[in-house]
Design a protein around this ligand. Structure first.
Ligand code: SF4
Ligand code: SF4
Length: 452
């Protein structure tokens, strides 16, 4: 099929340098191999909610054949950005990049309803970039849970009657019963083995509040394996949620702050920049692309991105110590979309799980199908998200597992909500876990057995 020459930017619907790349749009040959991989095509059954259909919409906008109507925008909004279509695509269409570029244009051109824009600015620009404000919000959640308010409100069904959206947010709220993670804690864990590499840990925005134990386990596991870990205080949210939503200016600002905080020009760079959250990891690996046109940061951003390692990936790379403590449990592993489809890290988490004595890994039928979390998708597209989760939970429950293991805080929150809603047997542990926590548990059980 021939592709007509692209008109100059001033004559197209695109207004910014972030617009989808015409060459990349042209890679799609309409073969349809991606359709069955797409959760929204499966759920909604219409071409315009498939990868091929959305690319056709982008091309229609690009060559001026279609108007950017609210209906077109809705098809873009309904994409989970799970990138399962990239794995399925024989033509290697970089769908994730194209959708991020389209959303960047939508954001720049104010294509969202006014209410959505106001909420975005308040939450994503006013809260997420500020660790202190987030922590305050976390303490508010702690209070809400500790005083029994949350349990009471859930029992009364009040939130559902007031606003189903608020009830969805409440169902997805993390259990804030553990002390929040403080970055200075990393420096307090001394390497117990000779140090063979230096790493910095990106602690992120939500993880220190929602899953502080995952960070504690990460630092213990790496120091045990001879990696000295630091978590610089000045780091901020990685900006993945901002980039996925189209707010690239905020994403760029956060990326520059992290580059300055984690790889200052005045110091030797770390051997690895570690991340235990898949969505953040895939975005951090894209910092080079994000800042490609920034003359002050382009080179530093590319060097930064090249050092980013998912924790499972780095454990396998350095050859981690085999754990000895037995954990008699059956687990199933959910591939986080941004670890499997975006970073192509699939075997390393399984290698970690299979190394644990006593642990049985029962695979799902489709472990790399999205759970419906997708950043803030579970809140803004809650109906589709709920149906995608129902499908996922059927798969999870059919494995007979007692616990589900995954690699991203959003997926953990979504799966926890799924267990609460769908596990009638009560067989499953109410909280999902991260492979690094299981590895840490096994190390500690092994140590305790030796001491006894
Ligand atoms: S990113 Fe996921 S939801 Fe979006 S088109 Fe691709 S497969 Fe479908
Ligand atoms: S598989 Fe790739 S080339 Fe084929 S329709 Fe989907 S995106 Fe286009």
């Amino acid at each position: 099929m021939s592709i007509s020459p692209r008109p100059p930017a001033s004559e197209t619907v695109w207004l910014t340098e972030d617009r989808p790349d015409a060459g990349e749009l042209g890679l799609c040959v309409h073969c349809g191999f991606c359709l069955n991989a797409c959760p929204t095509y499966y759920d909604l059954g219409v071409e315009t909610d498939s990868p091929r259909g959305r690319i056709a919409l982008m091309r229609g906008l690009d060559d001026g054949r279609i108007e950017w109507s609210p209906r077109v925008q809705q098809h873009f909004d309904q994409c989970l950005q799970c990138r399962a279509c990239e794995t399925a695509c024989p033509s290697k269409v970089p769908y994730g990049r194209l959708m991020e570029a389209t959303r960047a244009e939508a954001f720049a051109q104010d294509k969202w309803p006014r209410r959505q824009r106001i909420i975005w600015r308040l939450v994503m620009r006013g809260l997420f970039p500020y660790p202190g404000r987030l922590r305050l919000a976390g303490y508010g959640l702690k209070l809400y849970q500790k005083t029994g308010m949350q349990a009471l409100i859930r029992r009364s069904g009040l939130l559902k009657r007031l606003s189903p959206k608020l009830a969805d947010i409440d169902a997805l709220s993390p259990n804030a019963d553990q002390p929040f993670y403080a970055n200075r804690e990393a420096a307090q864990v001394a390497a117990s083995h000779p140090v063979r590499s230096q790493a910095v840990l990106i602690t992120g925005c939500m993880m220190p509040l929602a899953y502080p134990e995952t960070h504690r386990a990460t630092v213990r596991v790496f120091t045990r394996n001879g990696v000295s870990v630091e978590a610089p205080e000045a780091q901020v949210c990685c900006g993945a949620l901002h980039a996925h939503g189209g707010d690239v200016e905020a994403a760029r600002d956060l990326a520059r702050r992290n580059i300055d905080a984690l790889t200052p020009e005045s110091a030797d760079p770390p051997d690895a920049i570690l991340i235990n959250a898949a969505g953040c990891g895939s975005h951090l690996k894209e910092y080079g692309h994000l800042l490609r046109n920034d003359p002050d940061y382009a080179a530093q951003a590319a060097a930064f991105a090249a050092r980013v390692r998912d924790v499972h990936e780095y454990l396998v790379e350095i050859g981690f110590e085999s754990p000895r403590g037995r954990i008699e449990r059956t687990v199933t592993y959910q591939d986080s979309c941004h670890l499997s489809h975006a970073q192509n890290v699939r075997s390393a988490p399984r290698d970690v799980l299979r190394s644990i004595p006593g642990l049985t890994l029962n695979e799902m039928r489709t472990p790399d199908r999205c759970c419906g979390s997708a950043g803030i998708y579970s809140v803004v597209q809650s109906d589709i998200s709920r149906r995608v989760l129902a499908e996922k939970m059927e798969d999870v429950l059919s494995t007979g597992a007692e616990q589900v293991c995954t690699a991203n805080p959003g997926c953990m929150l979504q799966l926890d909500a799924g267990i609460a809603r769908f596990d009638d047997s009560g067989r499953m542990m109410p909280r999902s876990t991260h492979a690094i926590e299981l590895l840490d548990e096994s190390y500690r059980l092994g140590d305790a057995a030796t001491t006894d």
